[in-house]
Every structure is written in C-alpha cells, then in structure tokens.
Design a protein around this ligand. Structure first.
Ligand SMILES: Cc1cc2nc3c(=O)[nH]c(=O)nc-3n(C[C@H](O)[C@H](O)[C@H](O)COP(=O)(O)O)c2cc1C
Length: 355
C-alpha cells in the first residue's frame, strides 16, 4: 500500500505526496479578484510542502458568491492574478488546483467576521438569489428564485466558461464544488429540491445538473489534466442525500471523466447533528473508493501525521485534504515528514530547522 509521502499521479498530473490544502474561503477579494493575500497564503503552503494547493471556492457568477469578498472567475479579467499564483505554486513543487462554485440559495451572506448572515445591497449583498426550488436555507434567509431551464443552462455555461479560464490560468486540477449545501448540492438533495421537471424528483433527475456541468467542463479541460468533484456524501438527515446515492453518483461521474471524489458531508440545512470526531468522514471516502472504484480524497478533522499516513496506508483514500490544520501550520507536511521519518521534504533554506 502507498504511504503519505508516496508520489501520486492522475492522468499527467504528478503530486509529490498525498497531502492537499483543502479549499478555504479567505473572504479577502474585491469583485472576485485575487490580491497579495491570496498570493502569500497559497504560495506559502506550496513552500510548506503540500502536494496540491487548492484555491478557495471561486464563484462562476457574481451572484453565486457566498460573500461579497469571495474569489471569482466569472470574467477573463480574473485570470491574470490567478495565473501568477499558479506559476509560483508550481515553482515551489506543488500542483495548483481551483475549486469552482455557485452558492445558490446560500449566496449573499456577510463574511464570518461580520456575522455570516444574509446581507442586502446596503452591505454589498445582492437580490438575485437562485436555487433548484423556492425553498430558503432557513427562516433567516431570503426565498430563492426557482431556476428556469434557461437559467439552469446559463449556470452550466458559467461553470464551463470558468473552467476554460482556469485552464488558461494554468490550473491542472479543477474541482467542481457540489457539497456543503451550495447550488449543485441543492439540486442533488431532496431536502432542497422539490422540482417536478427533469431536474427534480428521481435520483437520475436530481443528479442531471451536476452531470451536465461535469460533461461541459470535462470537454474544455485538456485530457492530461484532472477533474474532481467535492460532494457531501450525506446530509446526515433521514430522507436526505445519503452515502448510497453518493456511491451511485460517483460511479456515474467516473464514467463522465471525473477522476477523484473529494468526500465531505453536510451543509444542506442548518441545525443538523453531525457526529464530529477525528476523521469522521473517512468512512465515506473508504466506501466510495471501494464501491465506485474511483480515487477519493478524505477530509475533515485530519490533523496528525500518523492519522493521515494511516488513512493512505489502509486504502481508505488516495489522498488527504487538510483545512484548518493548514491554517495553523503552513509547513505541516515538513513536520509530518520529520515525524514519520520520511525523506527530507523541506526546502534547503529550512534545513537548519530540522538538523
Ligand atoms: C475558513 C474556512 C473556509 C472554507 N472554505 C471552503 C471552500 O471554499 N470550499 C470548500 O469546499 N470547503 C471550504 N471549507 C471546508 C474545508 O475545505 C474542510 O472541508 C473543512 O474545514 C474540514 O476540514 P478540516 O477539519 O481539516 O478543517 C472551509 C473551511 C474553513 C475553516
């Protein structure tokens, strides 16, 4: 079995190890643009030894941002700043990945440091909130407008255009965000989707939008580059989206050219009791990997080198994604290599830290 520091290849993309920086919103953009913060934050994690560094969720439409300060890729003008970041991530030995997203009914909220609640124009928010159905996320949120078929096609196209721009910026891994209760998840889950047309009701109908997005995006990414999808493997709610549907979905996505399923969970409705504990989502990555026969990533409360190594060695996932641990320590992979006794992994400039 491979271990945490064994290189990994998907298509023609080679990762120096199995450690990934999970996508994390920085709430630091103006009009979707990157700035010095994104550069320093992301490139330092490449210097820190990650195999793959994901940007935060980049909105494919301005109204698809979670907060007014989200990253975006709805215009060609967003490419240049991202390209500089990609080039430096590359230079320091990591692969650069981008996550493409649309928040749907969870859009136009204040950034967490400002309370995270829905905001209107007076606080840089916006009115056009769309979803699979006219069901608000909670009583504190506005009721979204139900997307028409034309509206759905426009969103699919927005994902495709953003994927083209991602390739232009140099990203070799593109991840579609279909988790955490955002727009694509709002179509997947019966808890948010009560449509009666071909995008609602049966499993085949609820996964239709995601499969159309995947088909469109795969067509504009070179064959040598990799397409991933992040899902919430379960809503943790009875009669919601669940692991069985996730396995069936993953099987379908594999046939459409998706290489890896990034296995998260939750987010479709508030107030759900999620059994948080170290590695609480690993069981989903393990099952999807074995039952849909597709590469998977494990994420969620993975913090120690031994735990991460064991996930890979046991075959529960092909790689791990770390979120908050990478906020605490951008150099976590160096520490992990040293702790686990793997070969030197850090830049020569940092040799004396470990001698
Ligand atoms: C500040 C912050 C921002 C996040 N933003 C995103 C995001 O843009 N896209 C996403 O899929 N998940 C996002 N997440 C979730 C993380 O990617 C990760 O799945 C989650 O934090 C669990 O992993 P951890 O326990 O290692 O932090 C975010 C998490 C944090 C803490």
């Amino acid at each position: 079995m491979p271990h945490l520091f064994e290189p990994f290849q998907i298509r023609e993309v080679i990762f120096r190890n199995r450690i990934t920086v999970s996508p994390m919103c920085q709430y630091s953009s103006t009009d979707g643009y990157t700035n010095e913060w994104h550069f320093i934050h992301l490139v330092s994690r490449a210097v820190g030894g990650a195999g793959l560094v994901f940007t935060e969720a980049a909105a494919v439409e301005a109204r698809g941002r979670i907060s007014p300060q989200d990253l975006g890729l709805w215009s060609d003008k967003h490419i240049e700043g991202l390209a500089k970041i990609v080039s430096s991530i590359d230079k320091y030995g990591a692969v650069a990945g981008i996550q493409l997203a649309h928040a749907g009914r969870k859009a136009s909220t204040a950034k967490p440091s400002r309370g995270g609640k829905p905001v209107d124009e007076s606080q840089e928010g916006w009115q056009s909130i769309v979803s699979s159905s006219a069901i608000p996320f909670s009583s504190e949120y506005p009721t979204p407008e139900t997307l028409t078929i034309t509206g759905i096609q426009e969103i699919t196209d927005a994902f495709v255009q953003a994927a083209k721009r991602s390739v232009e910026a140099g990203f070799k891994v593109i991840e579609i965000h279909a988790a955490h209760g955002y727009l694509l998840h709002q179509f997947l889950s019966p808890l948010a989707n009560n449509r009666e047309d071909e995008y609602g009701g049966s499993f085949a109908n609820r996964i239709r939008l995601l499969t159309e997005v995947v088909r469109g995006v795969r067509e504009v990414i070179p064959q040598k580059y990799s397409l991933w999808v992040r899902i919430s493997a379960t809503d943790w709610v009875e009669n919601g989206w669940d692991i069985e549907q996730s396995i069936a979905l993953s099987d379908k996505l594999k046939s459409l050219g998706v290489d890896l399923i990034d296995c998260s969970s939750g987010g479709i409705i508030p107030g759900v009791n999620i059994p948080l504990r170290p590695g609480y989502q690993i069981e989903f990555s393990d099952r999807i990997r074995h039952e849909a026969n597709i590469y998977t990533g494990a994420v969620g409360l993975i913090t120690s080198p031994e735990q991460a190594d064991e996930i890979i060695r046991s075959g529960a996932a092909d790689l791990v994604l770390l979120g908050r641990e990478f906020l605490r320590n951008p150099y976590w992979p160096h520490l992990a290599a040293k702790t686990l006794g793997y070969d030197k992994h850090w830049p020569v400039q940092y040799d004396r830290a470990w001698s």
